[in-house]
Ligand binder design. Structure first.
Ligand code: PLP
Length: 342
């Protein structure tokens, strides 16, 4: 049965490197949205809890409920939550509708648009939103932004940081004026954190770097020390001795040039491994076996007799082949594949 192995030592090493860079382990919050970037929410949450991580960000309430017992604060980035959800589950506020659906004493984190123009409230509306939050007797637990320029030029990155520092100042001013407790501030994800020498915020939201990757469009020395923690393994379904000229798979795209032993393995595009149609350069397993096109929904063939092959232990090459980023390769992995921590 196919399996994703999660290497706990590598995960810990990545967290150590990031924590050391930040200089304060308590500022390290992890992002576990989308099934912990495909690694398995339960498995990663258990490891993060053992490491001492206290603050988590997930996609929605359904993810939050699965791990709420393990952490002090879990913030849901999107969607609503039920009023009877545990009170350590906090809600991101992107609009007035978000506020109106909540009952008093729920902690909220207000998201401010600092230039990515994706989510978040306009900074000009900061006071209006905070007043509404206070009026509804919600707790303004955090104010945050998402710097979407972590791996591009210095200037755009700094511009967004500048806007966020102005947002902070305004919140501090309002806190005094309207007498509410100063919320926590955070704005950086992996790339922004690792390129910054000093972290001014109370928290950083680390996703991809914890899993061992960092885009290298912007040269960040630490990125070379991170190691991918997940490897994807496929088990043999059957083995066949085939004659020269035999065709393999749908449409017979692969034609054997000599007598060959071919085995089939139990991962396909239905498991989230992108479909290989033979129109791109070939993809090889970690052992170096070419995955023969065309791959099926539940299996692929290659010229191997091994009982088990490693489809990848680093998603970078698959990502390159499909003109995408490791994030997409990883989050595509089916939640039905077994995850095991080693
Ligand atoms: C996904 C996400 C992150 C983490 O980004 P990485 O690049 O994986 O570190 C941080 N903040 C928000 C709001 C996100 O959506």
């Amino acid at each position: 049965m196919s399996e994703i192995l999660i290497n706990s030592t590598k995960f810990k090493n990545n967290l150590d490197l990031i924590a050391e860079h930040i200089g304060d382990k308590d500022k390290l919050a992890l992002v576990m949205k989308d099934n912990a970037y495909g690694h398995g929410l339960q498995e990663i949450a258990t490891l993060a809890c053992a490491y001492g991580i206290k603050n988590i960000f997930v996609k929605n309430e359904s993810e939050a409920l699965k791990i709420a017992h393990l952490f002090e604060h879990i913030t849901v980035l999107y969607g609503r939550i039920c009023n009877d959800s545990p009170l350590n589950i906090h809600v991101s506020i992107n609009s007035m509708d978000n506020i109106h659906s909540l009952e008093p004493s729920r902690c909220v984190e207000l998201k401010v648009n600092t230039g990515m123009n994706r989510n978040g409230i306009p900074r000009e509306k900061l006071q209006t939103f905070i007043e509404e939050i206070l009026l509804k007797k919600l707790v303004l637990f955090g104010v945050f932004a998402h710097n979407g320029y972590g791996d591009v030029s210095e200037q755009s990155f700094q511009d967004a940081q500048k806007v966020f520092s102005e947002v902070k100042e305004e919140v501090l001013y309002l806190a005094e004026k309207l007498s509410f407790k100063i919320p926590r501030f955070h704005s950086l994800s992996s790339s922004g954190t690792l390129r910054s020498d000093k972290i001014e915020d109370d928290l950083v939201r680390i996703g991809i770097a914890a899993y061992g990757y960092l885009s290298n469009t912007f040269d960040i020395p630490l990125s070379k020390k991170l190691t991918p923690i997940a490897s994807l393994w496929a088990d043999k379904i059957c083995e066949q001795s085939l004659k020269k000229g035999s065709k393999i798979g749908y449409g017979g795209k692969t034609v054997l040039e000599k007598d060959t032993i071919i085995s089939t393995y139990d991962i396909g595009y239905g498991d989230g491994l992108f479909r290989i149609n033979g129109n791109k350069p070939s993809l090889k397993t970690a052992e170096g076996y070419i995955i023969l096109p065309v791959t099926s929904m539940d299996c692929f063939s290659c010229e191997s007799t091994l009982e088990r092959v490693c489809v990848f232990d680093d998603a970078t090459s698959i990502a390159k082949l499909f003109d995408t980023i490791p994030y997409e390769v990883l989050t595509s992995l089916s939640p039905f594949i077994k995850r095991s921590v080693i």
